[in-house]
Structures are given as structure tokens and as C-alpha cells.
Design a protein. Sequence first.
Length: 371
Amino acid sequence: MQPQAKPNNPNFSSGPCSKRPGYSVDALDLATLGRSHRSSIGKKVLQQVCSQTAQVLGLPEGYRVGVVAGSDTGAMEMAMWSMLGARGVDVLAWESFGSGWVTDITKQLKLEDVSVREAGYGSLPDLTSVDFNNDVVFTWNGTTSGVKVPDGNWIPDDRAGLTICDATSAVFAMDVAWEKLDVVTYSWQKVLGGEGAHGMLILSPRAVERLESYTPAWPMPKLFRMTKGGSLIEGIFKGATINTPSMLCVADYLDALNWVESLGGVSAAIKKSQANLAVIEKFVSENDWIDFLAASPNIRSNTSVCLTLKAEPEQVKAIVKLLDTEAVAYDIGAYRDAPAGMRIWAGATVEATDLELLMPWLSWAYAQVCQ
């Protein structure tokens, strides 16, 4: 029978993701609107973004945080175009965004000493085969495959190369091993449910050393330039952004950071996301027509939860459309390059009670289309 109760919040998109519970624009501090980002108040707020991010995430001493253009993609390209080429590169790909970094490295930068380590949707490449004498580029969590690295233990402390990590759907939701990472990127519109267009770039001291000791052979666009005269432009990591940010989006991001702190910090946000995944795991265990795309539980994402169905691709699309029409789940179709299925966001901005209300609707929609 058709369920009666619907999720209070049907927004399960994997990006932009659901706003935090209780969100209201009225709660934002909008004192910076209409002011220059170079004004004293603008600089103060942007510097707060950098310092509060470092504090909330518990970054190691000496790690720098900057706000950059172009969302997570801009931050990743900024890092790769500025740092790669000094030594060989191992690039890992097991879903769409990792494959995108392969394209950047091999077809745009056209680096020659490159090892591409790939796996299909649902699996990871062999992490033991990675050569850390090279720079290593990878995603912590495959947003379009629902597959994450299990931990940071596969990354050695004495690595020679840099580790460059796209962590956009992992930061604030997974236990990221900061000491193992030299460059980390993410965007506000993922786990925090913030707004799009802005990226965050986190650099370790080793990454800064690379920037100050290596000059790429190719021209560097203004948006990517992090050094001047061989020295890091420290202002980028103190709120002096390269280009003009949206101060409304900045206020929204600070609201999200404050919300994480009100939960009890990152560890509480992680637990909330894991509890959300548990709701879906229970449902999958009770129904044989649905399964996780991730081949093994220890690599299963607790944010971008990707599911496969015993159904033809057109049937899956019909199920997703039906759930949208009934206003119980928006934007849960699999990513366009991924196998046919559903992708349900389970980050901390989503409430477990809404996922519990959604699960019976999945059964109902499947029965309507496939039985």
C-alpha cells in the first residue's frame, strides 16, 4: 500500500545538498552584504572562514586554509596545475570525478610520467600498488560511486611525493587523516549544505614547500597563482581571496560551521551521517531487490549512498520520477556516468527520521513500476 507519511524534508540531492535542519536565511549575519570584500569587515569575515575552518576540522599545526574560485573543481585544478610535474604522478580513479582528474593530468597537463590506477564503479584500485615516490592524486570518497577509501593507513608517513586529495563529499562526514594529506579540497555545497561556486583549499607545509621550490613549465592563469617572487602569497590563506567571493555565500558557510559546532563538532557530524547510513543498510538487508553499488561494507560511503536495483534502466528512471512526483525524494537518480540506480545523500544535514520515512516509499515505487 502507498505510505501515508512523507519525509519532512525530501531533499536528498548529492549536490547542492540539503540545508541544515532548521535553516533560515534570517539566521545569517548579513552585515557584509553590499560591502567590499577588501573592507575591514570583509577581510575579518573571510579570515574567520579560514581560521574557524581550521579550528573546527582540527587541522595540524602549519596547515593553511584558503577560499578559492570554482568550487571543489577549481580548488583541485588550482592545486594540480600549480604543483604537478615536479615528479611522477599516480592518479587513482574509480568514479566520474577521479576520472576527470585523470583527464586533466594526461590530456590537459599532458604529463608523461603518469600511472593511472583505475577500478570500476563499486570497487577501489589496489591501494597497495600506489607508488608514493610519486605525487598521488585521489578522491577520499567517490561521490558518484558511493565508494570511499577505508582509512588513511595505506598512505605512508615518509612519502616522498605529495598527496592531493579531493575530499568534497568526505570532509565533515568521514574521519579524514589530515597528517597523511598534503592538499585537500572541498566545496561548501556538499556535506555542509552550503552554497555553490566557492572552493576550499587546504595545504600542508610540504605542499607550501613545493609551491615555493617548483615552477611549472606551462602558463599559469591568474586564478591559479599562489606564489609571487618564489614565495607563497600568504594573504590567500588569511582571507585575501584572489577574486571576489559572494559575501552572502560566506555568511551561509559560517552558519553551517556554527551548526557543526553546535552538534558537538566534526565527530558528532560523522556519527550523524553514519547513523543515516545505518537506516539505509537496514532497509537493504530486508529487501532483495535493492543493494549497494559498493562491493564491500568497509568502502561504503556514508554520504553519497549509491544503490542498484533489480530493474531495467528505464524502470529505475521511472521509479526516481515517481518519487519526485510524490514529493518524497528529489534528485536521487544515479549520476549520469554511473550504473543505473539511485543515489541518496546521507550527510549530517539529513535527518535519520526523514530517511526512515523514505524507505517504505522506495518499496512502494518499486512495486508500482516493476511488479
